[in-house]
Design a binder for this molecule. Structure first.
Ligand code: C2O
Ligand code: CU
Length: 503
């Protein structure tokens, strides 16, 4: 304002007369400035989140073309609270206590990092159950100041056991504990990790494997779990670096369960023998055929590779991004990454689906973009969902029993591994090209920039479920929405005294 006034004095009398005087000129400058600044100031103020909030109040309800929402459910007046959606207490077949600790950690490789352990190790103990068993895990927080939870990634547990701080429970503070219970109905490879300040805690090692084997066992198959993780920039296999030998006799069949615990995809390939992709994200592939292609494993995703070890004891290497490997038999030098990539869209043989995606009750869009704006008062380039910045993202509303279709599209300039809690979705198409292989059930789906997926699932697990990017740096940059069952409420809040911070 001052500068505008001074400039009009310098311009002299004739100009002043024509323009209507310095006052008017100044006023125009002020109004112009306000026109620019006011919306920005409003956006800044509007983006600021209260110190605590319920995810029920987040976003814009999206009914996906289905019947309307009983609003009382959303207001928390009626309905079922998420913490009532739990297994009742009782005996357990698998009963584990996991004690979380923060501090200096010596990895199995001997390397020392700052991070987290469960029962003194990272990865934490592998939890193994047989199909049908009741699993109970008592999480104890010894000294993790910011609190901890455990989320059962890919396991469709009852909503109250989903382990999301501020949504399904309060973060467990130092000295506290929480008991998770679920029936091991799904057979396959899964993992657990903290869902309180998830990005640093998972990076720092607060995770472990969850493996559920079939009732009738795996026969003579050797069973090898491979958790791949980057600790402070070093790729590891179960905390070990370089070549990691695994047990498997010549001629034996091995099932290698690769779990990608990182924020980005890992290319996996096998040197010395072909493999079959036996399962993806904890679900068996129908009619897997031998392959020698490289397999991209999504962040958070799992891939079970079945390999018949050569009868003569010749070496086999399961390469993890070319930085480390699991080895069997005689030593074999590292093998280069094959040019071909296995595409689950066309791999294996088709089979009937247990529901008809064509008869969808709701259709949702999850379109990922990126733009300049404010997120909780901070300016930056943030992710958008359907064009809106967090928290103005959609709240996908469903009713139990709905067949749901979702169109995920990514034009944000980066890859996003999308993860819906509590459900497994089947991939119908990528970029409009229908799936022609085995039914591809996924809970962690890499959506490349410039590409789209159509997926479908049955809303068969009432709750309030996160649907977010598993590059765990991204949810706190806005790439996070929720799937809400009509009538389900939460008594928990993000923020507040327990400092619930799910990302
Ligand atoms: Cu493995 Cu919400 O995450
Ligand atoms: Cu992302």
């Amino acid at each position: 304002m001052l500068r505008a006034r001074r400039r009009s004095w310098r311009l002299g009398r004739s100009w002043r007369t024509r323009a209507g005087g310095p006052r008017r000129r100044a006023l125009i400058a002020v109004v112009a400035a306000l026109v620019v600044i006011a919306p920005i100031a409003w956006m800044w103020i509007d983006s600021q989140m209260p110190s605590s909030y319920s995810v029920e109040d987040m976003g814009t309800p999206d009914l996906g073309g289905g019947p309307g929402m009983d609003h009382a459910g959303m207001a928390g007046m009626t309905g079922t609270a998420v913490d009532q959606l739990r297994e009742p207490p009782g005996p357990a077949d698998v009963d584990v206590t996991l004690t979380a600790r923060a501090g200096r950690v010596t990895l199995p490789s001997g390397r020392v990092v700052d991070g987290y352990t469960l029962n003194g190790t990272t990865p934490g103990p592998e939890i193994r159950a047989v199909q049908g068993q009741m699993v109970q895990v008592r999480l104890v927080n010894e000294n993790v100041a910011e609190g901890v939870t455990l989320h059962w990634h890919g396991y469709d547990v009852p909503a109250g056991d989903d382990g999301v701080a501020g949504v399904t429970q309060d973060a467990v503070g130092p000295g506290g504990s929480f008991v998770y219970r679920f029936r091991a109905d799904q057979v396959g490879t899964f993992w657990y990790h903290s869902h309180q300040v998830a990005d640093p805690q998972v990076k720092g090692g607060l995770f472990g494997a969850l493996v559920v084997t079939p009732r009738d066992g795996l026969g003579d198959t050797a069973d090898v779990t491979v958790m791949t993780h980057n600790y402070a920039g070093r790729r590891t296999v179960n905390g070990l670096e370089g070549d990691v030998p695994a047990a498997g006799a010549p001629g034996q069949r091995v099932r290698v369960r690769v779990v990608n615990t990182d924020n980005g995809p890992v290319q996996v390939w096998v040197g010395g023998a072909p493999y079959r992709l036996a399962a993806l994200d904890g679900t068996d592939v129908n009619g897997p055929t031998p392959s020698t292609d490289s397999l991209p494993v999504t962040a958070g995703g799992r891939a079970d590779l079945e390999i018949d070890l050569p009868a003569d004891g010749a070496g086999v290497r399961v390469e993890l991004g070319g930085a480390s490997a699991v080895t069997f038999g005689r030593p074999l030098p590292p093998t280069p990454r094959p040019a071909g990539e296995l595409d689950p869209l066309r791999y294996g043989s088709p089979a009937a689906l247990p529901f008809d995606p064509a008869a969808a009750d709701r259709r949702f869009d999850y379109v990922i973009g990126r733009r300049l704006g404010f997120l909780d008062g901070t300016p930056g380039m943030w992710w958008t969902v359907n064009g809106h910045l967090w928290p103005d993202v959609p709240m996908y509303v469903v009713r139990e029993g709905d067949v749901v279709r979702m169109h995920i599209e990514n034009g944000s300039g980066e890859l996003h591994p999308m993860h819906l809690h509590g459900h497994h979705a089947v991939v119908l198409a990528r970029d409009g090209v229908p799936a022609t292989g085995s039914p591809w059930w996924s809970d962690s789906l890499d959506v490349q920039d410039g590409h789209s997926y159509d997926i479908a699932f049955v809303a068969d697990n009432p709750g309030l479920w996160m649907d977010h990017c598993h590059n765990l740096a991204h949810p706190s940059e806005g790439l996070m929405a929720h799937l809400m069952y009509e009538g389900v409420t939460t008594p928990y809040r993000v923020g507040g005294d327990p400092h619930n911070d799910p990302e």
